[in-house]
Ligand binder design. Structure first.
Ligand code: PMP
Length: 463
């Protein structure tokens, strides 16, 4: 056995740089194994979950999967941790933690610079993340993936590299009223320096995008649109395919912010038909500081670099610089290599469970939680779109969101309180802040009961 195959911690060794699309593609939930070809057994068994041929499930042992997450064993204020903040950042399974650990113990080197063995291994892991991400989101090719530090970096890259050279005074960028600041502020900055302006497509009280109004707003001055796939506050799943079709008819490029979709839904950017798609690794069981921008290849190829420095060049002299091909010309400097090694493991982990199974389990948990929360006197839930993701933003009459979250924390229950980086959405509902419980596939009904009971105790305490 070679040193490499002995030491790599992943279910499968990472591909060599520039290779491996095939194998990763076969692990992708959106790309089933080819007829007559057995998927590798390691790809089928993760944490006790057994994936049957064709991506269906014989059974999933969710309690065994839960054991993959070491942090769930800990106590907070003497109580078992009930972590309901996965939309903020997901917890990490041991496979990811071990992959990051193994990177520093066994493979640590810089990428693309060294011809030595460790440099090649580090590069293979880093490039493996590109390959895995491409398969995971259904990209045509790994070179359509720019590795970034997350969605924020991805939207800023599009703002400065794609949009800035194109916007003129009087032009507009269309967003929706439920966007995260990462899909508002970069466009606002570009609008300010070009004389363009922002347009906002409205939502209704249930937290659904009013699609007709979005379409109506696609007027000739609109040169770009940004839409969140799954709202981090409301859980609303936007009809991105339809929105992309309408944008395409009018020649308007559409960016979809997939930060909250990638961890919870099977994805296929090709079938969505958008132009840009952003994901962030730390919400997908991966490390912080990892993520990606997917863009149609011809768009990426036409985009100039945004950051300059090492790694993104072909030649440099004091007279001028020539740049590497996309996507590498957007990846200046030393990236979060250990993080991307962890992201490889995270994607393998999620793919092993199967995103359709993740979505189904989270839906089941949401169905369990919703009526129990609705039964609490004074409960107000924000967002009731059909098919919403497992995110519940709420307020309890007479209790400030921060007080509620602080008292729930004393009970071991971690929920987020605040504006969730969606000020305009808070303004729409006329509130300063909400509490938000966001579920993951490894949460349990017992945890939801503990959460509901804890709200009851907090209410009594404050009565
Ligand atoms: N968009 C949405 C919908 C999000 O939920 C988040 C994270 N809260 C972001 C963008 C930004 O992601 P990151 O901070 O990882 O770049």
């Amino acid at each position: 056995m070679s040193a490499q195959s002995k030491t790599f911690p992943h279910p499968n060794p990472p591909p060599r740089a520039g290779e491996g699309d095939e194998r990763a593609a076969r692990q992708s939930p959106s790309l089933p194994p080819r007829a007559g070809e057995e998927p590798a057994p390691e790809a089928l068994l993760i944490g006790g979950a057994r994936r049957a041929d064709g991506g269906g499930l014989e059974r999933i042992e969710w309690m065994k999967i839960r054991q993959d997450f070491p942090i769930l064993q800990r106590k907070v204020h003497g109580k078992p941790l009930v972590y309901l903040d996965s939309a903020n950042t997901s917890q990490k399974p041991r496979q990811v933690i071990e992959a990051v650990d193994a990177f520093y113990r066994e493979h640590n080197a810089n990428v693309s610079r060294a011809v030595h063995q460790l440099g090649e291994e580090a590069t293979a892991l880093y490039e493996g993340a590109r390959t895995r991400l491409a398969a995971f989101i259904g990209a045509n090719h790994r070179d359509e993936i720019v590795l970034t530090s997350g969605t924020t970096m991805a939207t800023n890259l599009v703002a400065y590299s794609y949009l800035l050279p194109r916007l003129k005074p009087g032009d507009a960028v269309l967003v929706t009223a439920m966007e995260h600041h990462a899909d508002i502020v970069p466009w606002q900055l570009i609008c300010k320096s070009t004389g363009a302006h922002l347009k906002v497509a409205p939502i209704n009280e249930a937290g659904e995008l009013i699609v007709d109004k979005f379409i109506e707003a696609l007027t000739p001055e609109v040169k770009f649109a940004g839409v969140v796939h799954v709202s981090n506050v409301l859980g609303t799943v936007n009809p991105v395919k339809e929105l992309a079709r309408e944008c395409r008819k009018r020649g308007i490029p559409l960016l979809v912010d997939g930060s909250q979709a990638a961890p919870h839904l099977p994805l296929d950017v090709k079938s969505i038909g958008c132009d840009f798609y952003c994901v962030t690794g730390h919400k997908m069981c991966g490390p912080t500081g990892t993520g990606a921008l997917w863009a149609r290849r011809e768009l990426l190829e036409a985009m100039p670099p945004f950051f300059g420095g090492g790694e993104m060049i072909k030649t440099v002299s004091f007279e001028g610089t020539t740049f590497a091909d996309s996507p590498r010309r957007f990846e200046a400097g030393t990236p979060n290599i250990a993080g991307f090694a962890g992201l490889v493991a995270a994607i393998d982990y999620l793919s092993g469970i199967g995103m359709a199974n993740v979505a189904a389990r989270e839906h089941e948990l949401l169905e369990y939680a919703t009526p129990r929360l609705q039964a609490i006197p004074g409960m107000r839930i924000f967002g009731s779109a059909p098919g919403k993701a497992a995110v519940v933003s709420f307020l309890v009459d007479g209790v400030h969101a921060h007080d509620l979250a602080t008292l729930l924390d004393q009970e071991g229950v971690a929920v987020r309180s605040g504006h969730h980086c969606a000020h305009p959405l808070m303004q729409f509902y006329g509130v300063a802040a909400t509490c938000r419980a966001s579920l993951a596939f490894w949460n349990t009904e017992a945890e939801i009961d503990a959460f509901v009971d804890a709200i009851g105790r907090v209410r009594k305490l404050l009565a």
